[in-house]
Design a binder for this molecule. Structure first.
Ligand SMILES: Nc1nc2c(c(=O)[nH]1)N[C@H]1C(S)=C(S)[C@@H](COP(=O)(O)O)O[C@H]1N2
Ligand SMILES: [Mo]
Length: 407
């Protein structure tokens, strides 16, 4: 049977434009076939990511950073992890991009163009920590299904946009409003337009915080497409799944938002600790809100070699969801004794904080591990090893560790 079918002249000429030349045997090309040169040979180039980033999945795209790549105080795009639940939107038409605010708890729904959002409301910039709820999942036992993030699904970039609160106030919402839910333009893996890859939200109290933004810039430029261009919700300090990319609708709800990935084991953990592997009843699962205290040693890279008698300078970042980090300590003896690091204040609420230390008390040549432990403003510290097991492997905030050789 002849599998070749008609390929429309417009799609052929579009391909020719991108390739910069004609496809000579276009009439022999099977329909639905994407020429190699138009496939994605190099995701690093496509997403402008550093080639040291790890690709965890290509459909959808999930790309992880590494501890030593996250050394910058403000995460640049090239080191920012990518987490997608579906396919990246195609053909974004920013002139006609609309944000609709609707839901049971608005009097009258309202729609804004991007230009209206940018001109009608005051613009703010905050540096905001976004950590995937599943960061650290690879350590869980029994293993949890999903992207096997190690430590690199966290970022802290500058986000510029308007306050969601200002927009919600402009629309007007009823006193029975309790939650907001986002809807976005990404495409379900099945390509079924009826299905949303993800539609999460936050309680109204979080939605109306100063730092909760409808952002249109990241690090002073248009948000890169894969990170949510042209409009993204940013709810720093909460699982980054709450920070919807490619937002075109926000519903003000009179109940907990019930969109895709709000139920079951998605972004929910047992309300009370359970034994590893235990079955948990649906009613006993709670939605993840503020992320737990955590830290990352971003310098040196694990495996560093130093000379005997030389001090080892370490540095990194720490964050604690809605809270500030109040203390940072390091250990070189597997957590038996701890020493203080110097810890900076955050540049704004919900931004990660930087720490440094100079370690000059390695007793002799040999192998060491440097462990870092952060403590939040409520006095809660990171666990040294894996914390409470949960079905999907969320919230692993165990101490980060690097290997060091003194030679
Ligand atoms: N529309 C949409 N928003 C989304 C997602 C998505 O798949 N679609 N993934 C969420 C999850 S689970 C995470 S961890 C963050 C990742 O943001 P990033 O890719 O910009 O790092 O985006 C969140 N927002
Ligand atoms: Mo995530």
């Amino acid at each position: 049977m002849d599998r070749r079918r008609f390929i429309s002249k417009t799609s052929l000429s579009a391909m020719a434009t991108v390739l910069g030349t004609d496809i000579v045997f276009a009439h022999k090309m099977p329909s639905g076939y994407t020429p190699l040169a138009l496939q994605d040979p190099d995701p690093f180039e496509r997403f402008k990511k550093d080639s040291d980033m790890s690709i965890l999945n290509t459909k959808p795209w999930n790309i992880e950073s590494k501890a030593h790549l996250l050394d910058d105080k403000v995460t640049p795009n090239k080191y920012m992890f990518i987490r997608n639940n579906g396919l990246i939107p195609e053909n974004i038409d920013i002139k006609n991009w609309k944000l609709t605010i609707d839901g049971e708890s608005v009097q009258n729904q309202k729609t804004y163009s991007l230009a209206e959002l940018k001109t009608r409301f005051k613009t703010y910039t905050y540096q905001l920590t976004l950590e995937c709820g599943g960061n650290g999942r690879s350590e869980f036992n029994p293993p949890a299904k999903g992207n096997q993030w190690t430590v690199g699904a966290v970022s802290c970039a500058n986000w510029t946009g308007v306050r969601l609160r200002d927009v919600l106030q402009d629309v007007g919402y009823r006193s029975n409003a309790v939650y907001i839910g986002y809807h976005a333009a990404d495409i379900h893996l099945s390509r079924n337009p009826e299905k949303e890859p993800i539609s999460r939200g936050v309680p109204l109290a979080k939605a109306i915080q100063d730092e909760t933004l409808l952002a249109f810039q990241m690090n002073g430029k248009d948000i890169p497409l894969v990170h949510g261009y042209p409009l993204r919700l940013i709810a720093g300090g909460w699982p980054a799944s709450a920070s919807g990319k490619w937002i075109d609708r926000i519903s003000v709800r009179n109940k907990v938002h019930d969109g895709a990935k709000m139920k079951g084991t998605s972004y929910r953990v047992p309300c009370e600790p359970v034994a590893p592997g235990e079955k948990v009843a649906d009613d006993d699962m709670c939605i993840i809100e503020s992320m737990p205290v955590k830290s990352l040693i971003t310098y040196p890279k694990t495996g560093a070699l130093i000379k005997e008698g030389q001090a080892l300078k370490i540095r990194g970042h720490a964050w604690a969801g809605e809270l500030e980090v109040s203390r940072l300590e390091y250990s070189i003896d597997f957590g038996s004794t701890w020493y203080p690091c110097s810890l900076q204040k955050p540049v704004n609420r919900l931004a990660w904080q930087h720490f440094t230390a100079a370690i000059d008390h390695f007793p002799r040549k040999g192998y060491y591990e440097v462990w870092a432990k952060a403590t939040d403003a409520n006095g809660v510290s990171q666990p040294m090893l894996l914390p409470g097991w949960n079905p999907k492997g969320y919230l692993n905030n165990a101490c980060h560790r690097i290997a060091i050789k003194v030679a």
